[in-house]
Design a protein around this ligand. Structure first.
Ligand SMILES: O=P(O)(O)O[C@H]1O[C@H](CO)[C@@H](O)[C@H]1O
Ligand SMILES: O=c1cc[nH]c(=O)[nH]1
Length: 241
């Protein structure tokens, strides 16, 4: 079965998928796999498969923003993927979670438009508990700060004239903000598969991103490397359970 948007044959996929926004990050992740091969590069969706410590894994980029990412998640699940782990970047809400830290997302605030068109207002966007545990354990085996908690998913990246809701979510205890996790968690719940996410902090959410956003620092590169290793090790842990 050809997945029409990813342009991948479902039979070529794997039960585990690591998903990330950036097609070049997908390629970097694929370099950690044994026997990696690129299946397709269609729109923003770049798909690789290979094995990690003997476990078959797909790596797929989903682009920026929930609507486009949702298409990717839906097609992967239709293609037989059972566990999806997002490896992303995020802005921090707290000096306790400085740039270079990792955050394992236990649940996501649905501050985007996509999931409102899928489920009622009160439906939660929650990670799978086993995936969270495996990610948090695996991250704890690497060097550096790791936290777990609630993240916020927004549609807008650069601010307009409306206030971003950062202050209230920070006060409520959220740790970081990004743009796709709520879509991933809601779609995984709807389709009965497991999902989790880990993000590398690249700055502070309440900064003026038009002025200061720079995800291309050494600290962020090290954190991304660490979260990639974490996701791969988490998959091995989940597979051995
Ligand atoms: O690094 P990725 O996975 O793309 O994640 C974050 O970075 C992008 C914004 O620059 C958004 O996709 C956001 O969710
Ligand atoms: O959505 C995002 C992603 C990375 N960094 C941010 O500040 N926001």
């Amino acid at each position: 079965m050809l997945l029409p948007i990813l342009q991948v044959q479902a039979e070529d996929l794997a039960p585990y998928a690591i998903v990330c926004g950036d097609p070049f990050r997908a390629e970097a992740i694929s370099r950690k796999l044994e026997g990696a091969r690129e299946l397709a590069f269609s729109r923003e969706y770049r798909t690789f498969v290979g094995t990690y410590e003997g476990v078959p894994v797909a790596v797929v980029s989903h682009g920026v923003g929930s609507p486009g990412a949702a298409v990717c998640f839906e097609e992967l699940i239709k293609g037989g993927v059972q566990t999806l782990i997002r490896v992303g970047t995020a802005g921090s809400y707290s000096a306790d979670v400085p740039p270079g830290s990792l955050v394992v997302s236990t649940a996501a605030v649905r501050e985007e438009g996509l999931t409102r068109q899928l489920v009622p207002h009160g439906f939660p966007a929650v990670a799978d508990a086993d995936v969270v545990r495996a990610l948090y354990e695996a991250a704890g085996e690497t060097d550096g700060v790791v936290r777990k908690g609630i993240t916020v998913t927004l549609d807008a990246f650069f601010q307009g004239v409306e206030e971003f809701p950062h202050r209230k979510y920070k006060q409520a205890g959220a740790l970081a903000v990004e743009m796709e996790i709520a879509a991933l968690y809601v779609i995984a719940s709807l389709r009965g598969v497991r999902a989790g996410a880990i993000v590398a902090v690249d700055g502070y959410a309440d900064a003026d991103l038009r002025e200061v956003y720079n995800p291309h620092t050494d600290a962020v590169a090290r954190a991304v490397e660490r979260e990639i290793e974490t996701a791969l090790r988490a998959i091995v842990k989940l597979q051995s359970e």
